[in-house]
Design a protein around this ligand. Sequence first.
Ligand SMILES: Cc1cc2nc3c(=O)[nH]c(=O)nc-3n(C[C@H](O)[C@H](O)[C@H](O)COP(=O)(O)OP(=O)(O)OC[C@H]3O[C@@H](n4cnc5c(N)ncnc54)[C@H](O)[C@@H]3O)c2cc1C
Length: 434
Amino acid sequence: MLLNNDQNCGWINNLDKRSIIQSINKNLNCDFMIVGAGFTGLSVARKLGQIEKNKKIILVDAQLAGEGASSRNSGYLVDTTLNDGFTSNKDVNNYKKKAKIYEQGILAVKKFVKEHQVECEWNDAGKYFASSDLSDENKVNNFSKILSSLNYKNEILFQKDLNNRLGTNFYKIAVYTNGGVLLHPGKLARAMVDTLPDNVLLYENSPLVSWKKRNNKIECNFKNNIIEADKIIFCTNGFLSSQGIQKNYSFPITLTASMTRPLNDNEYQSIGKPKEWGVLPIKPMGATIRMTKDKRFLIRNTAELNNPHTMKSSDLLKRVKIHEEGLKKRFPFFKNNFIESSWSGVVCRSRNSSQIFEKIDNNIYAAGCYNGSGIGVGTLFGEQISLMASNQDSKLISMIEDRIKPTWLPPQPLLNIGIYFRLLYERLKASGEV
Ligand SMILES: Cc1cc2nc3c(=O)[nH]c(=O)nc-3n(C[C@H](O)[C@H](O)[C@H](O)COP(=O)(O)OP(=O)(O)OC[C@H]3O[C@@H](n4cnc5c(N)ncnc54)[C@H](O)[C@@H]3O)c2cc1C
């Protein structure tokens, strides 16, 4: 098995190597400074580049642009989610607001993909919210009712149909919704890097070390240099709180994922030659598992309180064992050495699963905290926060601001203790689903 952490994300390895990579090597100043070049920061840069043509715009990232969580995710561009606390009827109104944001997120990505003719394996495949535990039937029925009341087409499926569609009899019950897209996140992120406007200066492998306000400017400190900016937009998602942004409203969670080799013809035939599919777990800590266009499986079944840019190889290897078990349970023909790549990535969560979209202070803005669903919302929030930073208004800003905001979190160490036990509890509840 090939394992060299953070050099071994299957999506990223599938891309051409980039040649022109520039890091910060002198002091600079600019009108707009964007920190973090994932879907959010790249979308801020794209939009600002269009609307502020004569301004100096700098985009920095601690690693290669787009190669953080934006390329390391499972590639579900979702229209609806289940595990975000909005599943009881009394919260249907909030669920509706959130779904509207998802809808606009999909449209924002769609528009980008169309405009730039991006090939990112876009597939309107819908998704399955599935469980191997029939005692989840109530949750399934409830969710299906909420989706129907909001006019989202959905169907409840049981083991036989699921076996036919997914090629495994592991799942006993699911809600299928035909909304949402499966895509190759690395190709989408790379396209956003490749199409950055000419008036955006991109600096990579350049981590922001600290920042402060000084004489109406924002002073950003890098290892050996300083950038002075008139305005700053933080787009670092899981790293927002460590940069002092909305510190008591979000926290990072580290996920790990693995991708298998492609199935051979016999294996593919043996599971009934299903079309590309994606399953999201009904139990929050269950596995996300997807069959890709080129007949590989991707699995994500860990979530932990840990916030490294890179996870140590030895730690990652332990998580890979859990991925292997999850895959063997669903596809017993997998024996040894079937995983080709494994990686970790950092996401951002809030207590009530709401997102951050804020003017933090004069000339300081932040967007992030997508609770594991940031492909579309990150693209949308990036575009809209850039309008806000250029003192423009839009209907979409009003729609975003109408959402419920993240609720306050207790201070450390209480916060980490609370998260640790919550994850442990959810993990135990979902032990059969990983
Ligand atoms: C395994 C996994 C599976 C996921 N599955 C899905 C999915 O199926 N669908 C979905 O919608 N979402 C999914 N997500 C979440 C999704 O990837 C994120 O919501 C999305 O990437 C957020 O985009 P972003 O640009 O805000 O943040 P990121 O992509 O995290 O980008 C932030 C950037 O900030 C940079 N940065 C951090 N600190 C600094 C610093 N000090 N200086 C400079 N730069 C810095 C980082 O290097 C990074 O590139 C998943 C995430 C993971 C890890």
